[in-house]
Ligand binder design. Structure first.
Ligand SMILES: Nc1nc2c(ncn2[C@@H]2O[C@H](COP(=O)(O)OP(=O)(O)OP(=O)(O)O)[C@@H](O)[C@H]2O)c(=O)[nH]1
Length: 530
């Protein structure tokens, strides 16, 4: 490419280089430039980018959208000078939802702050506010959720449903169908009587961090607790001292504070399409049209004054007109790949080459250690349409539990595999190479697995003795058979695809047996001393 051509391309490249989300485009440009230069016989000037590091855990703060406020409006006409209340309800806030997708590999594109949209405000002419849109975030298959604070996430089948749509304006409070809402709706109270008796009502203090709890303003308990004391708003924390009746709420928030520790594995997403609600939106406030027919007392009839945070001593209907807050959650997401077979081995043992030869996966292969920086998953298909997923994880070395090499955090990806395939390099210690013999490799691997999680190695296993094509490898293989007992050993040459059919049959047998024959690799069954 001539200098002039590069110059004309420069603005586009500059634009693509700007934000992180165009990273894939950069890779594309680099590969294009390499392809171009190799085609034209010139040496590429741009160095290839290193493979992106897999992000397999992420901390996320999620906040559901707040509910919109109900509208306080009076419609007057020439014939009706007193007017009628016609304020619509506020809309429900949006939810934050995690969606399991096979199109996503890791959490590299996941934002740390997830906010759903708030509900729209109600308007005059009985117009309901719009519902806030949900924030749906895609996460990879095998995502495990740990809860730091907030509500425990719940699995949902479809997109979020609003229990009571804001446009479903009931003619009378008492006529609201309970079937439309799981929660018991507002209790049918004779408000007129209460107001006449001169009782002031106060709303229960809504918990800012627990919108679902604050939505309990619809519950009977909340209403019956509101008989005495001064009125206060949902945002007037600390001002109200007569909350003995509402001690339940206080004790709840205290226990929540105590529970600031992480609750592990509160949920997991294992199938594409699964959805998990992690932060729910607040309920919309009620417009004065909602109270129009139930509140007939003069003092409160057709209230014109719009409720405000400063002036909230106006009764239960005022506090109900303010939309509740969306819930807040802090989560730690962790990825645990789901595969039937996990390939475990030292760096350079040939795991990626093996995965490439048994499946259609194309993992990166290199003659240097730690070529694989992220797990690769491939599908192993049989002639009768039986298929098995195989995970190739980065190489594990002795001392990985002390953070040597890439550490041993990647072992979480084999936690859920049914079968372990230990891949050893038969030629690692041949011809003066400074590797370790295969039986020692096996011992180190089993120990690292146990260091990571006790009992992780106790599952059906087989040994893949790779690089049988190398000089002297056959002798080492014979020695390996003598030193390692209790598990089947398959000699293969991954590059030339020799021994692959036998290995595939062995994997299938082990999966179907599901460990009934107890082919488990134990430290006692590996002889390392000469
Ligand atoms: N001679 C021979 N070499 C092989 C065979 N299989 C793999 N290799 C070579 O071994 C080297 C390492 O192969 P990889 O597949 O990258 O090994 P890996 O276990 O994935 O290595 P890491 O990514 O570091 O964990 C490459 O140079 C391969 O060409 C084999 O059957 N015979």
């Amino acid at each position: 490419m001539s200098c002039y051509q590069w110059k004309t391309l420069a603005p586009q490249i500059k634009f693509l280089l700007k934000p992180n989300r165009y990273y894939s485009n950069i890779e594309w440009i680099v590969s294009f430039s390499h392809a171009y230069s190799s085609k034209s016989g010139k040496k590429g000037k741009i160095a290839p980018l290193q493979e992106r590091k897999m992000v397999d855990s992420s901390r996320v703060w999620a906040k559901g959208g707040d509910g919109g406020n109900g509208c306080w409006s009076v419609h007057r006409s020439r014939t009706d000078w007193r007017g009628k209340p016609d304020g619509g309800n506020g809309g429900k806030g949006g939810n934050v939802i995690l969606e399991c997708s096979s199109a996503v590999w890791d959490f590299s594109n996941l934002q740390h702050h997830l906010n759903a949209k708030r509900g729209g405000q109600g308007m005059s002419k009985k117009m309901a506010g719009s519902c806030g849109s949900d924030q749906v975030v895609q996460v990879p298959v095998g995502t495990v959720i740990h809860l730091v604070s907030g509500e425990i996430p719940s699995l949902i089948m479809n997109a979020s449903k609003t229990d009571l749509q804001p446009w479903e304006l009931p003619d009378d409070v008492g006529e609201v169908e309970k079937s439309k809402c799981d929660k018991p709706l507002i209790e049918i109270v004779d408000w007129e009587e209460k107001l006449d008796a001169g009782q002031k009502l106060h709303a229960e203090d809504s918990n800012k961090h627990q919108a679902s709890k604050s939505t309990n303003i619809y519950e009977n308990e909340a209403i019956t607790d509101l008989e005495e004391g001064t009125c206060h708003s949902s945002e007037s924390d600390g001002e109200n001292t007569s909350l003995e009746d509402a001690n339940d709420g206080e004790s709840l928030s205290e226990t929540e504070l105590e529970e600031e520790t992480v609750q592990y594995s509160v949920g997991e997403l294992t199938e594409p399409g699964q959805r998990m609600l992690i932060a729910s939106g607040g309920e919309g406030g009620l417009g004065n049209a909602y109270f129009g027919k139930s509140l007939k007392h003069k003092k409160f009839k057709y209230r014109e004054k719009k409720p405000s945070v400063e002036n909230m001593d106006d009764g239960i209907e005022t506090s109900l007109s303010v939309g509740t807050l969306g819930s807040e959650t802090i989560l730690i997401l962790e990825l645990k790949s789901i595969a039937d077979v996990g390939l475990v081995g030292m760096p350079n043992a040939g795991k990626s080459t093996l995965l490439g030869s048994i499946s259609r996966a194309k993992p990166q292969v290199g003659h240097y250690a730690f070529t694989t920086l992220r797990p690769n998953i491939g599908k192993l298909n049989y002639n009768d349409f039986f298929s098995v997923t195989v995970a190739d994880i980065p190489g594990i070395i002795k001392g990985a539990h002390e953070n040597r090499g890439l550490g041993h955090a990647f072992l979480r990806h084999i936690e859920r595999t049914k079968v372990l395939a230990y891949v050893v390099d038969l030629a690692a210690a041949l011809d003066g190479r400074n590797g370790v013999p295969p039986w020692q490799q096996l011992r180190d691997l089993v120990m690292e697995l146990e260091y990571y999680q006790e009992g992780l190695s106790e599952r059906p296993s087989l040994v893949v003795a790779n690089k049988i094509d190398e000089n002297g490898a056959e002798v080492v293989y014979q020695e390996l058979k003598k030193r390692v007992i209790g598990v089947p050993i398959f000699p293969i040459c991954a590059i030339l695809e020799e021994g692959i059919p036998e290995l595939k049959a062995g994997i299938r047998t082990l999966l179907i047996d599901n460990g009934e024959k107890h082919h488990t690799l134990k430290l006692d069954n590996i002889i390392t001393v000469n």
